[in-house]
Design a protein around this ligand. Structure first.
Ligand code: HPA
Length: 275
């Protein structure tokens, strides 16, 4: 058997011993979304270090744990702590937590991130549902031995970001006045922010927003035929269009704004209610 699958099965078995029945939905928290964990009722957590083979987070702000609980009336598991290729992780390791959750039995994934707005009609503090991506990270989590035990060697990604789920969310949030843009996510390797020339290139190629995450997990989940809803908070205007330099601490501040939190809560409720 492919050794990666054996490692995944060991992680899956540990999750099943911890909690026999998986929740229907998992939420991966990107930068600035840790606040979601505090919203969970009846929370129980398991550290990545207590699950065999789980790659450990290299970001001190992301401790690396799964937290199970109830969010807005729905049972969910939150992945608190994300791995990124720019930290030196391979795409396969970045996707490991999502794959382990999927093999345990989670069917739907909400992947959150912070992104720079490229589309000139988008404003800082608004949200975008990812409808497609362009992968410039330069890695793919399916690289290596085939995973034919769990999915196809050459999976089709034309509906990777579930269009029905996006439509279902739009139908639920419209009445509440929350704007949810839809668009293409340009995934860049980072960790430096892009140059203005790179942003002009991405815009020319059809990207509406730019970030450094999400795509490795989404591709792995697409292979496993899971439903994916990916949400970008547009925390800044992309390089070259912003009047001031892009700063990591200011990106986190955007997600702290009360009006942004309200929109985020509305969209996440929309996703959970649309399932
Ligand atoms: N570029 C890449 N990643 C990001 C950005 C950006 O402008 N903003 C938040 N994450």
């Amino acid at each position: 058997m492919n050794p990666t699958i054996e490692r995944l099965y060991a992680a899956r078995d540990a999750l099943a011993r911890w909690q026999a029945s998986p929740p229907p939905v998992a939420i991966a928290t990107g930068s600035g979304y840790a606040w979601l964990v505090e919203q969970l009722e009846g929370a129980r957590s398991i550290a990545f270090g207590d699950i065999p083979n789980m790659p450990l987070c290299r970001n001190p702000k992301h401790p690396g744990r799964f937290v199970l609980g109830t969010l807005f009336g729905h049972r969910v598991i939150v992945q608190h702590g994300r791995l990124h290729c720019y930290e030196g992780h391979r795409a396969e390791d970045v996707a490991f937590p999502a794959r382990a959750l999927a093999l345990w039995g989670v069917k739907t994934f909400l992947l959150t991130n912070a992104a720079g707005a490229i589309n000139p009609s988008f404003r800082e503090g608004e949200f975008m549902a990812i409808t497609d991506h362009i992968n410039f990270i330069g890695q793919n989590p399916l690289t290596g031995l085939a995973f034919t035990e769990i999915g196809e060697r050459f999976p089709d990604l034309s509906k990777l970001y579930d269009p029905d789920l996006v439509a279902g969310v739009q139908a639920r949030i419209g009445a509440r006045g929350t704007v949810l843009h839809e668009g293409v996510y340009g995934a860049m390797p980072g960790p430096s922010y892009e140059t203005p020339a790179e942003i002009r290139m991405l815009r020319l190629l059809g990207a509406d927003a730019v970030g450094m995450s999400t795509v490795p997990e989404a591709i792995a989940l697409g292979q496993l035929m899971r439903r994916v809803f990916a949400l970008s908070c547009l925390t800044n205007l992309a390089a070259g269009t912003a009047l001031t330099p892009i700063r990591d601490d200011e990106i986190a501040d955007v997600l702290e704004r009360p009006e942004v939190r309200i929109d985020l809560e509305t969209i996440i409720r929309g996703v959970l209610d649309a399932l």
